[in-house]
Design a protein around this ligand. Structure first.
Ligand SMILES: [Zn+2]
Length: 252
């Protein structure tokens, strides 16, 4: 018999027990809704229970940010938590039909928020983004974004616009954010990123000209970095760090 485990969300945070475990044996009693996270055949079957932000939580439990839990997760845990968090956010934000305004109902077969009034179905939202490491021989271009902590530098990223290919988005974002041109844009790997529902498509690109000119809004500074000295980099579980580590490994 398949066993079952439950993730309890309070808003966008996860409830953990006194030992820090986030997998619960029981569903949360006061859950506003419960959704399947695992796919057919997964053992244990995983569910998410969504509690109201001000809902009561068992006294011995506390809530933990998703970002903190992802920081310690292995690849399988990362995938499960990312999926669960995105489904939780999606369903909390799609309680009403975006076409006619009637309340939606969860469709069990294909995980859609279904409107019985006008028959419209809203599926979990996924927003494709590009993230790119620009290299010029033995150096790479990293940028300090306005929302980073002091000294943090990372790769460039941005949402793909309607009607645009991922490669076009790479060239546009790079030009907009730091003012340089790139070519030889090549896909590397992707990551599902649950803040709040991005699919990060990771690329490498070669510097093709232009002077670094940060846009001053999203990007406050950008510089070339070689193997040493490196600035403060994003944590290991991020795709940006994986791109940077891949670049550094190619220098060995
Ligand atoms: Zn409707």
């Amino acid at each position: 018999m398949t066993s079952e485990r439950y993730l309890w969300f309070v808003g966008d945070r996860l409830v953990v027990d006194a030992e820090g475990n986030y997998l619960h044996d029981q569903p949360a009693e006061q859950a506003r809704f419960t959704l399947p996270v695992s796919r057919a055949g997964d053992d244990p079957a995983l569910w998410l229970c969504s509690l109201d932000s001000d809902g009561p939580v068992t006294p011995s439990c506390r809530s933990e940010s998703l970002r903190a839990l992802l920081g310690n997760a292995d690849e399988g845990e990362f995938a499960r938590l990312s999926r669960a968090a995105q489904l939780n956010t999606w369903h909390r934000h799609h309680r009403f039909c975006s076409r006619c305004g009637a309340p939606t109902r969860l469709h069990n077969d294909d995980l859609a928020a279904h409107c019985d009034q006008c028959n419209y179905a809203q599926y979990p939202r996924i927003s494709p983004c590009i993230i790119v490491l620009i290299r010029d021989g033995e150096r790479c271009l990293l940028a300090h974004a306005a929302h980073y902590g002091p000294g943090r530098y990372s790769t460039l990223a941005g949402f793909i616009e309607a009607g645009e290919t991922a490669e076009e988005a790479v060239r546009r974002e790079v030009k907009e954010e730091v003012g340089v041109d790139v070519d030889n844009v090549r896909y590397a790997f992707s990551q599902s990123w649950p803040f709040p529902h991005a699919l990060m498509l990771g690329f490498y690109a070669d510097y093709a000209g232009g002077e670094i000119t940060p846009d001053g809004v999203e990007i406050l500074d950008a510089q070339w970095f070689g193997k040493q000295p490196l600035p403060d980099l994003p944590p290991p579980f991020t795709i940006s760090r994986r791109l940077i580590d891949g670049f550094l490994a190619s220098l060995d």
